[in-house]
Each structure stands twice: as C-alpha cells, then as structure tokens.
Ligand binder design. Structure first.
Ligand code: MN
Length: 446
C-alpha cells in the first residue's frame, strides 16, 4: 500500500537543503511534488523536476548520473519527456519508489548528490533560475461542482427559493471543460469578449466581459487510466489518481448567465483555466486524509457505486485554499496582496475518488494526465466563499480592498494568487505553492 503514512512523512526528519526546513516552506522533505521545468535561457527541453525548498531536483540529470536504482530508476526513465504523463501512467507505486529514493537522497546527512561538484547548477538548481511549464499534457478537463456551499450560494442568486436542484445530492454534477486553454500559473489571462444580455435590455451585445471572476479550486490529475467501456470500482479510485494542484477556473459571469441554460457553461469558462506548476502526490497527502464532510440531516446516502465503505474514513482530503488579489494601485503603493477567501477541501460534498468513479461509471475512458477540477471550494462562512460571485452577492455588494479600491469583479491589471497548504497535528506542513495570474485588457478589436 503506497499511500500509508511512513518515514517519508516523519515531521522530525530534515533535509540538507536548508531552505526546505524553514517554517512555512511549501516544499519540505515530506512533500516532494512533481513538475516540469527548464533552466531559464538554457538550451534544453523541459523536463521533470521535484521541488525541495527553494530548489528543484532535476530528475533526468540525477538519472543520468546514476543516482537512482531499481524501481526508482524505472520511474525516473519515464520522466525524460516534457510532461509527466508517462510517469502518471505507471501508477502510484512507480511515483512512490521515486519519491522515496529522492527522500533518501535529500535527507540530512546524505552526501551522494553533493559528491558531484556541479550539483548546485546541474542536479538541484535554484527554483529562481527555472521556467515552469504545465505539468501534464491534459487530454481532457472536466470541472465538477462538489461544494454544496458553493452550489447553494451560486444557485440562490438565480433561484432564491430553490437554490440546489434535487439531483445534486445524488450525482456529482460536472461539465466538460476545455483542455486546450489550460495554462500554467504565471501565464497572463486575456479578458474575454462574448455575448451578454443586460438585465434592462432585450437585445444581446458582444464585447469584453464586465464580470470577470476567479474560482478557487483543487485539481486532481488522473494517473493510471481505464479502457473505454470499463468503469472502475470506487475501491481502486484513489490508486488511479496521481496528485493534486491548485486550479483557477476563470469565469465570465455575464457571458455565463446568458449562455448557460440549458446546457451549462461554455465560452464563459473555456477562455482560460490556470493550474499551479507543482503536483502534490496523494502519497504526500496521506497524513491529511479525512472523512468526507458530514451530509446535512435528511440527505440521501451515496448510491452503492459511490460508497467508499470503510475506506470513507480517509476518502476526503484536508487542504486549505486561499485566494488573494493584488491590483495595479496596490502594487504601485507597495500594499501586499489582500486575502479574499479561505476554503477547506474537507468541506466538499463529494470526494476525489467519488468524482473519478462517477466520471468513469458510464464506461468513459480516463487517461493519464486528464484533469478534474473540484469546483469552487466554498464553506459555510462568508470568508470561505471561493469566488467573487459569492463574495459580492452577484456583484451587488462590492468588496473593499486595502487602499480603498472596491471590486465587484476583476479589473484589468488585477493579479489573482491562489495558495494551498495542508496542516495536521504531529505532521510537517506541506504546501502547493502558488497559482498566480494577471488580467490583461481585452483585445482591441473586440
Ligand atoms: Mn469551476
């Protein structure tokens, strides 16, 4: 069982990479998330890396140097491509073997990496010198709606008396997103144009959205796939998930409002989705698995194919996700980014395993590198609301930022920063890093 808690999660162990031991570091020895990077300006293809403190282990360079053995070497062999898809396809034991070997190599006292004179530039370069890429070739992207709090708050804006439709408590509701426009954090987002219908008009217009929003979400990357026509059992679902990242599901609310009925979101979402560059493996998340949030009194139990059974105790995951905004004026006045929301993945109605199982339950084939979004992670309190649609009550109640500016929705030049981390008593804090992106003005011709 590759996802048990073991010595790699031991909070007392430290790395010889000193920055990894600092309080609040997202990438301590206990994490070791995978990503794709290249040294800035270097004439080399993007390759797999593993984050440790403020450095990146170059998996390919370490493999060439002969630092990996046995199954770790086999897994490292799959890391020579500019995406993590091959590593994901090998299943959880391969990534686990590589993570374990890296843990030993980076453990305080181990000299094998530093025995190489050029280790600082070739084997474990500084993250500040690296360019980060989308970690996988994402064949398909599906976004769910797994926060009942978000579904209720968003639904109330459109249907005050009946915010949550009856199917919600039985079916993990989702829609097919657009994989081609998923971009890695750091990529600027162009304000989209689209068709909207103002409340006081009977004629739609085409132009830049006036209601650009973020959605703070978690992303789940599929590891081992399933063949077309072969659903998977919920007991195997966790082993088919590679890891998690942060997702910003940018949304144009005015376009969404006009286009979404009856078939759901389309161009209001497909213009861009940002993902964080580092994928935290489910193995690293082992200390942070929790039971799914208790269903409200009177809600139905999940149908048998979505019932985790005894494994339910560890079927949820306790990740905190924060959203910050930094406006052009705030940056000019040296005002730090302002926190808009803090959500908890433990509040989600559906677990990652239930999302995957449901997605494949009709025989739909899932492939390594496919991405599933949780949907906006919101919770019971106002501060837990993970998008401006909720925070401003559909744009009616603007939020006030430090410096005095207000926002109903995002303005050009605004930068949205998502951060995620896990904390549990007795374990080292691990983080997801950031998913950061700035809004560019709409194209002049739109
Ligand atoms: Mn979404």
């Amino acid at each position: 069982m590759s996802r048990a808690i073991d010595e790699t999660h031991d909070a007392s162990r430290r790395s010889w990479v000193e920055s990894a031991n600092r309080a609040g570091c997202d990438f301590p020895l206990q994490n070791l998330p995978f990503g794709i990077f290249r040294r800035r300006g270097a004439d080399e293809p993007p390759r797999a890396g593993v984050a440790i403190g403020d450095r990146i282990v170059d998996v390919t360079a370490c493999q060439t140097t002969g630092l990996f053995t046995d199954s770790a070497a086999t897994a490292a062999e799959a890391c020579t491509e500019p995406t993590l898809n091959r590593l994901m396809a090998l299943g959880p034991d391969a990534a686990s073997a590589l993570r374990r070997e890296l843990w030993r190599l980076l453990l305080d006292g181990d000299e094998r990496v530093r025995a190489h004179a050029d280790w600082e530039t070739r084997l474990v370069p500084g993250m500040a010198t690296a360019e980060l890429f989308c970690p996988a070739e994402i064949g398909d992207f599906t976004d769910f709606f797994s926060s009942l709090h978000h579904a209720t708050n968003a639904g109330r804006l459109f249907r005050p008396d009946n915010p949550v439709l009856p199917n919600y408590r039985h079916v993990p509701v989702g829609y097919h997103g657009r994989a081609s426009s998923v971009v890695v954090g750091g990529t600027a987002i162009r304000r989209p144009a689209g068709q909207t219908m103002a409340d006081d008009s009977d004629q739609p217009v085409f132009g830049p959205t006036k209601a650009l929003d973020y959605e703070a979400e978690l992303g789940f990357f599929v590891g081992r796939g399933n063949a077309l026509g072969s659903p998977r059992d919920i007991r195997d679902a966790d082993d088919c998930l590679f890891g998690m990242c942060l997702v910003n599901d940018w949304s144009a609310r005015d376009i969404q409002k006009w286009e979404a009925r009856p078939l759901g979101p389309f161009l209001a979402k497909s213009f861009a989705t940002s993902v964080s560059p580092w994928i935290v493996t489910f193995e690293a998340l082992a200390p942070f698995r929790v039971p799914p949030s208790a269903r409200p009194e009177g809600d139905p139990a999940p149908l048998a194919y979505l019932d985790h059974g005894p494994a339910s105790e560890r079927a949820g995951v306790d990740v905190r996700i924060e959203a910050y905004v930094s406006t052009r004026n705030m940056r000019a006045s040296d005002i730090p980014p302002a926190r808009l929301s803090l959500g908890h993945a433990r509040d989600l109605y559906w677990t990652p395993g239930q999302l995957l199982t449901h997605h494949a339950s009709n025989g739909c084939d899932m492939h390594p590198g496919d991405l599933m979004g949780s949907g906006t992670v919101s919770g019971p309190e106002r501060e837990n609301e993970g998008c401006l649609l909720e925070l401003t009550r559909g744009g009616r109640e603007p939020v006030t930022l430090p410096g005095g500016e207000t926002r109903r929705f995002l303005a050009d030049g605004d930068e949205v920063i998502l951060k995620g981390y896990c904390e549990a008593e007795g374990f080292a804090r691990i983080g997801f890093g950031e998913c950061r992106a700035r809004i560019l003005p709409a194209q002049a011709n739109s």
